[in-house]
Design a protein around this ligand. Sequence first.
Ligand code: RP5
Length: 167
Amino acid sequence: MVSASGPQVGIIMGSQSDWETMRHAAATLAELGIAFETRVVSAHRTPKRLYDYAAQAKPRGLKVVIAGAGGAAHLPGMTAAMTPLPVFGVPVESKTLKGQDSLLSIVQMPGGIPVGTLAIGKAGAINAALLAGAVLALMDPKVEAALEAWRTRQTDGVAVAPVDSDN
Ligand code: RP5
């Protein structure tokens, strides 16, 4: 039995070091009032944890998984292989290749197992949360309203003319 009040979105990441990026997905989901959980799940270092997480994601009531990883970033693709839920991948910026390795390894999934791949870094983490919200909004008018309000705040926050930042 799935609890209606449980987390709707699972945010997973390959390492504690990814949290600096993935916390922006969490903050955005919080702004939208969407219940979520956060877990460190490494495809390389904790493969059994990954298997268990992906296998149980849907039975536990999650609707979307956001997976962030860097370098040889197998986490989003492996997760997508083991759950029917939509998986959004966030390429974390790596030190050596600035996240281009992360991006290419997440986006270049062979046909058959999709991962919706976002931009490298903070922008991708924020947009993954907004996309997760858009999915949930199809079934939940409260999330739909929260997303609309989020966009309105964003629009209202854009100045008509530029200002000097050193004033
Ligand atoms: C990946 O390796 C993680 O997603 C992280 O981005 C990268 C580096 O991990 P750490 O060495 O910082 O733990 O699996």
